[in-house]
Ligand binder design. Structure first.
Ligand code: TRP
Ligand code: ZN
Length: 885
C-alpha cells in the first residue's frame, strides 16, 4: 500500500474526544439558489465554551470563501487561514458575531452530501448527516454544537416550494421572478439535522391531534402527479405518531411535520427536524407498482424517522462514536412498532434473518467493530448493521432483563433528563442502572466488544431426583484488535416441553417461575438446575431470539421436528425448521462435494407435509407466518455456517432441495395456490390479505421450478401486470430463472409497462441482477450500459450492482470476471459518490471466506484498487480488509 494514501486518511479516536472550544447559539442562514451556483450567507453568534482558546477552527470542504466579517468588520487575509478542510480564524474574542459568505455548486455535487440538485426529481435538497453541512458553509460541524436555526431561502419561482426546519415565519415576492421563504426552528439542534428543499411538488395534507390536543399539520411532498402514491406513507405516519404516544408517551412537538420524497438519495431517509427527507422508495406506493414488502418497509422507515424526533433529535449524540445511541435505539423502536402493528412472529423472523445475513458476517469479518466503535477513518462507513441492528438487539436485551415497565421508566427518565442535550451511550446505560438498581458493568461489554458470542448448551436429566440441568458455555471469537473477550450478560428466554408438547412449569431454587423464564448468563460456564421435573423435557431455548448470539444445542432430528410442531414460541418453531433444513442442506452440499448421489431426507419432507397438509388447513392458520415456514435458509446464511463458503455446491444443494420439494408436493401447492389466488380482489394493505398473497406466492415460486407450471407463472404475471406488483414480481422472479422464451417475453413486457416509473425500473434491474443462468454476468454488464441505468442515481446502483454483489454464483464465478467487473464499477463510482462506492465494495472485503483460488482473485482486485487514488470511504474498507490478521 502506498504511503501517500495512508497519510491522507487519518483515523479519528473516541479517546481523543474534547468538548468544543466554541459554541454557536444562533445561526441565521440565507441560501440564494441560482441556476449554476448558490450563495450561502451565514451569521453566527459564537461564544467560548469554558476554556477560552484564541483560534476558532471551523469545518468546511469544497467551499469558495467570498467574505468573512467579525463583529461587522471584514477580516484581512492574515487574520484567518483556509485549508481544504478548515477555516481557522486567529485571535477571536470570547463572544462575537461572525458573518461568512460562501459560494457552492449544487449541480456539480454528485456525492449527494451537503446541498445538491437531485436530477431525478428536479429539486434542490440537502443531506447533512453525518458531515454534509461543512459542504454548505464553514461551521462547527460536530453533533455537540447545538444552535437555533433561522433559514431564508431565495430562488426562482420555478421552485414554488421553499422548505426548511421548523415553522414558516415569512415569505414573499422578490424581483426577477424570484421569491423567498424564512423558517425558524425553535429547537436547538446540531447542524446534521439541518435541511433545505426547493422544488415543484404535489403535496398531500392531513392532520394529527396529539394526546394533549395539539394540532399538527402533516404534509408529504412528492413529484408532480404522484400524490395518489403518498397515502400509505401518510397513514403510516399517523400510525407511528399514535404508537409512540401509547408505547413511550412521546408526543410530537412542532405545529408541522413535513416529508419530502427525493429520487436521488444515498440512504433510506433522514430525520431532519420537522422536515424529513426520504428516498422515494420509502414513500411512494400504489398496488400496481409496490409489493407487500414495499408497503411494510414504508411503514417501518416512516416510523423510524418519526421516532428519531425524540431518539436522535430532542436527545442527540455527543459525537459520532455514539451513533448507536440514536440508531440502535430508533431501530429498536421501529422494530417494536412493526411487530405491534403487523405481526410479532413474522417481523421478528424478518429482523433476525437480516441480522444473520448482514450483521453476523460483518462481526465475523475484517470490518468487525463494536456497537460503539473506538476509531474510524470515515464516519459514513459506520452506518452499519452492527451499529444499527446489533445496537437494537442490545436494547431489546436490556428491555428483557429490566422488564418492560422498568425499561419504560428508564426511557422516560432518559428523555426528560437529557432533553436538549448531546449525550453518550454511557449516559443512557447509567439511567437504566438508576431506574433498575442493577449493576450493568458487564452488560456494557455489548457496546465495546465486537464479535458474535457463541453459546454451547448441553443438558442432563436425572429421573431419580427429578432434576433437569442445563450447562452453558459461552465464547466470543477474536475480532480485529480484540484478541480476547470477556464473558457477557446473555438473556436466554426459554421453556421446557413435556413429551406431549405441553409447557412444563419451571421451578428454580424451589420457586415456581411460570411456564417461561429468562435465564441470565454471566459466566463463561454456568449451570442451571430445574426441580420437580417429572419427565425428560425438550428445551426450547433463546425464544423470540432473546440475544444476538449463535446458540447451539445438540438436538436430535426428532427433537427439532417435535419443537417445530409444538413449541409455543412462534419464532422458535420457525427457527427449529430452519435448523432442520440447514442440517440437510449442509449434508447435501457435502454429498455434492464428494460426488455422491443426492437424496431428500424423509423427515424433512415430513415437515413440509405437515405444514401443507395439516397446518395450512387449520381454521386459525396464519398464512403470513406459514409462508415464512416454507422458505429454506438463504445461500448466504448457509455459507455463513461453513469455514470456506462452497459457493457452487451450496447453490446446487439448495436448487436440488427446492426442486424435490416442488415435485413431491406439486399437487398440494397447486391446491393452495388456487384456493388463495384471486384475480379480482383489489389490493389492500391488510394482514389477512398479505398472508394470503405471501402464502400463495410461496406456493407459486415452488411450482415454477417445474416445467409444467411455467405457464401458470406467466398467466399470473400477465393478469397481475398493471394491477398488483406483489403478484407480478413473484411471477417475474420465477420466470427470470428459466432458460425459456417466456423469460424474455415477461422482462420485455415489464419494462415496456413501467419504463417511466423509476422505482419499478429498479425492480427490473434487480431481478435480472439476481439471475443465475449461465450468461447472467454478460446481461448485467449490458444493463450497466442500458439507458435505464444511471450510475449517478443511488437507487439504480443499489438495484443493479447491489443485487449483483449478493448473487453468489454469478459474482463469485470461477474466472474472476465478477470481481473484475465490481472493482471497475467501484473505481468509477468512487469518483462520483464515495458513500455509495463504499457500500458496493463490501462483497470483495469478505475474501477470506472463500477457497484459495477465489481468495487470490479477490485479493488481486482489492490490491489493485488500493493502488489507485481512493476516497477515504473506499480506502478504509479496502485497506482494513487486507490487514494481516
Ligand atoms: N439518520 C439516517 C437514518 O435514519 C441515516 C442517513 C440518512 C444517513 N442519510 C444518510 C447516514 C447519509 C449517513 C449518510 O438512519
Ligand atoms: Zn436512523
Amino acid at each position: 500500500m502506498s504511503d501517500m494514501s495512508t497519510i491522507a486518511h487519518q483515523p479519528i479516536y473516541l479517546k481523543n474526544y474534547r468538548a468544543p472550544h466554541y459554541l454557536i447559539d444562533d445561526i441565521n442562514l440565507s441560501v440564494d439558489l441560482f441556476d449554476d451556483f448558490a450563495m450561502v450567507r451565514s451569521s453566527l453568534r459564537v461564544r467560548a465554551n469554558k476554556h477560552h482558546e484564541t483560534d476558532l477552527i471551523l469545518n468546511g470542504e469544497g467551499l469558495e470563501l467570498i467574505s468573512i466579517h467579525l463583529e461587522g468588520r471584514e477580516l484581512t487575509s492574515n487574520e484567518y487561514e483556509v485549508t481544504d478542510q478548515l477555516l481557522i480564524v486567529r485571535h477571536v474574542p470570547a463572544n462575537f458575531q461572525l458573518d461568512i459568505v460562501t459560494k457552492i455548486y449544487p449541480k456539480k455535487n454528485t456525492a449527494l452530501s451537503g446541498l445538491y440538485y437531485a436530477n431525478t426529481s428536479g429539486t434542490y435538497c440537502t443531506q447533512c448527516e453525518a458531515e454534509g453541512f461543512r459542504h454548505i458553509t464553514y461551521y462547527l460541524d460536530h453533533p455537540d454544537v447545538l444552535a437555533k436555526f433561522t433559514t431564508t431561502i431565495t430562488a426562482d419561482k420555478k421552485y414554488p416550494h421553499l422548505l426548511s426546519n421548523g415553522n414558516l415565519t415569512a415569505s414573499g415576492e422578490l424581483p426577477n421572478n424570484r421569491h423567498f421563504a424564512t423558517w425558524e426552528d425553535p429547537f436547538k439542534k446540531p447542524c446534521y439535522l439541518f435541511a433545505l428543499v426547493a422544488g415543484d411538488f404535489d403535496l398531500i395534507e392531513s392532520q394529527f391531534t396529539t394526546q394533549s390536543n395539539h394540532e399538527v399539520a402533516l404534509r408529504i411532498y412528492v413529484e408532480k402527479g404522484l400524490a395518489d402514491q403518498a397515502t400509505h406513507a401518510m397513514d403510516s405516519l399517523k400510525r407511528a405518531m399514535r404508537w409512540d404516544e401509547g408505547t413511550f408517551g412521546r408526543e410530537y412537538d412542532l405545529d408541522i411535520y413535513m416529508i419530502v420524497a427525493i429520487g436521488d438519495f444515498n440512504m433510506g431517509a433522514m430525520e431532519n427536524k420537522g422536515l424529513n427527507i426520504f428516498n422515494t422508495k420509502y414513500v411512494l406506493a400504489k398496488p400496481e407498482t409496490a409489493t407487500d414488502d414495499d408497503y411494510i418497509n414504508i411503514l417501518s422507515v416512516i416510523g423510524h424517522e418519526y421516532f428519531h424526533n425524540w431518539s436522535g433529535n430532542r436527545v442527540t449524540c455527543r459525537d459520532w462514536f455514539q451513533l448507536s445511541l440514536k440508531e440502535g435505539l430508533t431501530i429498536f423502536r421501529d422494530q417494536s412498532f412493526t411487530e405491534d402493528e403487523l405481526s410479532h412472529a413474522v417481523m421478528r423472523i424478518h429482523d433476525v434473518r437480516a441480522l444473520r445475513e448482514t450483521q453476523f458476517p460483518e462481526d465475523a469479518g475484517p470490518l468487525a467493530h463494536p456497537v460503539r466503535p473506538d476509531a474510524y477513518i470515515e464516519i459514513n462507513n459506520f452506518y452499519t448493521a452492527t451499529v444499527y441492528n446489533k445496537g437494537a438487539e442490545v436494547l431489546r436485551m436490556l428491555q428483557t432483563i429490566l422488564g418492560k415497565t422498568t425499561f419504560r421508566k428508564g426511557m422516560d427518565l432518559y428523555f426528560s433528563r437529557h432533553d436538549g442535550h448531546a449525550v453518550t451511550i454511557e449516559d443512557f446505560v447509567k439511567i437504566m442502572e438508576d431506574v433498575s438498581g442493577l449493576n450493568l458493568a458487564q452488560f456494557r461489554l455489548w457496546y465495546t466488544q465486537a464479535g458474535t458470542p457463541r453459546v454451547e448448551v448441553t443438558d442432563h436429566y436425572d429421573d431419580i431426583t427429578e432434576t433437569y440441568t442445563l450447562h452453558f458455555t459461552q465464547t466470543c471469537p477474536p475480532t480485529p484488535h480484540q484478541a480476547h473477550k470477556k464473558p457477557m450478560t446473555i438473556p436466554i428466554k426459554m421453556g421446557l416441553l413435556d413429551q406431549s408438547g405441553q409447557a412444563m412449569p419451571l421451578v428454580l431454587h424451589q420457586k415456581m417461575q411460570g411456564l417461561e423464564h429468562t435465564l441470565l448468563l454471566t459466566e463463561e460456564k454456568q449451570e442451571v438446575v430445574f426441580q420437580h421435573v417429572t419427565t425428560k423435557p425438550t428445551p426450547s431455548l433463546l425464544r423470540h431470539f432473546s440475544a444476538p448470539i449463535i446458540l447451539h444445542y445438540p438436538y436430535t432430528d426428532e427433537a427439532l421436528r417435535f419443537l417445530f410442531q409444538h413449541d409455543l414460541d412462534a419464532f422458535n418453531r420457525w427457527e427449529c425448521g430452519q435448523q432442520y433444513s440447514m442440517r440437510q442442506l449442509l449434508q447435501l452440499t457435502q454429498s455434492i462435494e464428494k460426488g455422491n448421489a443426492l437424496q431428500m431426507n424423509e423427515g424433512w419432507l415430513a415437515i413440509y407435509a405437515d405444514l401443507l397438509m395439516r397446518e395450512a388447513k387449520e381454521a386459525t392458520v396464519d398464512l403470513f407466518f406459514l409462508s415464512e415456514m416454507l422458505a429454506l435458509p438463504s445461500e448466504k446464511y448457509i455459507g455463513e455456517q461453513m469455514q470456506t463458503i462452497a459457493v457452487d455446491n451450496i447453490h446446487a444443494a439448495r436448487v436440488f432441495a427446492r426442486l424435490e420439494i416442488a415435485k413431491k408436493f406439486a399437487d398440494v401447492f397447486y391446491q393452495h395456490y388456487q384456493a388463495n389466488h384471486t384475480h379480482t380482489e383489489k389490493y389492500k394493505f391488510d394482514m389477512k390479505l398479505i398472508g394470503q398473497r405471501q402464502f400463495k406466492n410461496s406456493c407459486l415460486a415452488y411450482l415454477m421450478l417445474l416445467p409444467n407450471y411455467a405457464e401458470l407463472g406467466m398467466t399470473q404475471f400477465k393478469a397481475a401486470l398493471k394491477h398488483n406488483m406483489t403478484d407480478t414480481q413473484v411471477a417475474l422472479a420465477g420466470l427470470n430463472q428459466l432458460d425459456s422464451p417466456l423469460r424474455e417475453e415477461a422482462l420485455r413486457a415489464f419494462y415496456e409497462t413501467y419504463r417511466h416509473d423509476a422505482l419499478v425500473v429498479d425492480k427490473w434491474l434487480a431481478i435480472q441482477a439476481s439471475c443465475y443462468l449461465p450468461n447472467a454476468l454478460s446481461q448485467i454488464k449490458a444493463l450497466y450500459k442500458h439507458p435505464a441505468f444511471d450510475i449517478k442515481n443511488p437507487n439504480k446502483v443499489y438495484a443493479l450492482i447491489g443485487a449483483f454483489g449478493r448473487n453468489p454464483t454469478v459474482f463469485h464465478q470461477k474466472n474472476g470476471e465478477g470481481y473484475l467487473f465490481l472493482a471497475d464499477v467501484v473505481r468509477e463510482l468512487d469518483q462520483l459518490n464515495p458513500q455509495i462506492a463504499a457500500r458496493m465494495v463490501n462483497p470483495l472485503t469478505q475474501w477470506r471466506r472463500y477457497d484459495a483460488a477465489r481468495q487470490a482473485l479477490m485479493r488481486e482486485r482489492l490490491e489493485a484498487l488500493l493502488h489507485t487514488s481512493l476516497s477515504s470511504d473506499v480506502f478504509e474498507l479496502v485497506s482494513k480488509s487486507l490487514e494481516e490478521k
